[in-house]
Ligand binder design. Sequence first.
Ligand SMILES: Cc1cc2nc3c(=O)[nH]c(=O)nc-3n(C[C@H](O)[C@H](O)[C@H](O)COP(=O)(O)O)c2cc1C
Length: 368
Amino acid sequence: ARPFLDEPDTGFDMFFSNLATGQLAPLDQLVGLPDFEAAAKRYLPIANYTYYRNGAAGEWSFRNNLEVFYRYPLRPRTMVDTSNVQSTLPTTILGYNFSAPFFITSAARAGLGNPAAERGLVEAAAAENILYVPSLYATLSIPEIASYKAPSQVTFQQAYLDPSNDTATKLVFDQAKAAGSKAIVFTVDAPAEGNRQRADRYDASEAVLPFTAITWDYYDHLKTLTDLPIILKGIQTVEEAQAAVAHGVPAVYLSNHGGRQVDGSRSPLEVAIEIRAQAPEVFTQTEVYADGGVRYGGDVVKLLALGVRAVGIGRPFMYANVYGTEGVTRAVQLLKREVALDAANAGVADLKNIDPSYVIWKQSCALD
Ligand SMILES: Cc1cc2nc3c(=O)[nH]c(=O)nc-3n(C[C@H](O)[C@H](O)[C@H](O)COP(=O)(O)O)c2cc1C
């Protein structure tokens, strides 16, 4: 197989050639999201790093999530006044105001990267006014995470739910509500444990529910157990996005779980393209979010161009959390800057009015 660089070669090793194993690169010298992985990899115990880095099976989907962005290039425009594009970064997610169209998505076990666990993620989200979606399998409990929230901070709570145990489900919903969560993000792409060979070597796999029966009937039933909106995370086809609209979901979250569940699943960018091609109305009928392999400002710009409202980022913020609140804050700031720069250089004047013509997402784009 051709070598794959999950750390792109932008000179990290050359620049930090004197860094000893187990030493953490100075935070102010990290210049982009991939640097946080490079730094964490050299610092963390290998089992902890492996838990974050891991993908399912041969990791084709994990790799594809990263590489796919280069198969769908931008179509930059010139002669556009993009001088105010930075002011167009703020957006709403489910009606709540945030400073950027990307968010810290749910990834379990922040404690493997930092003894303060999720504290760095929740505090940085508050400092930068972006959305944070804590995982149900976080190191800290729902109330513990809530204790670090800023007074008016909006978070959504991710949940894995067991259809045979409504009592446990009610407890999660009630705890989420008491913690001030404004929505439930129900993960539906993991009805069974992922086949994770890299992690199995280090006993660094997930403790997940056994085989579970997640169906549309169950979704409809869940709505009777809480008044919080329930978003579906892990939708991977246009048909299911349409079915979600029919079932009145407040938002569809395209994800293949960062390539950790079923190897061979497509990148959410490819799913967004399928929806754009076959049922573009979905993007206006409901809010669409997406995650997987987003590492640069240009990746965010491409997903927004296709109609995605907000983009989730998992691993990079877990690696940034090795540095705690300060690290996650710096990662958010670097990405905000990149989104604005890349949008400007692509000729986008207003990120909220970006349209699919900025991406080569179908053959005919090249001929338009
Ligand atoms: C270490 C790790 C733990 C994760 N834990 C969860 C989880 O508890 N719940 C969930 O819905 N998704 C989980 N995910 C998937 C993420 O929410 C997200 O879909 C994925 O990380 C996006 O890809 P990215 O890491 O390339 O940004 C996890 C991902 C990672 C890397």
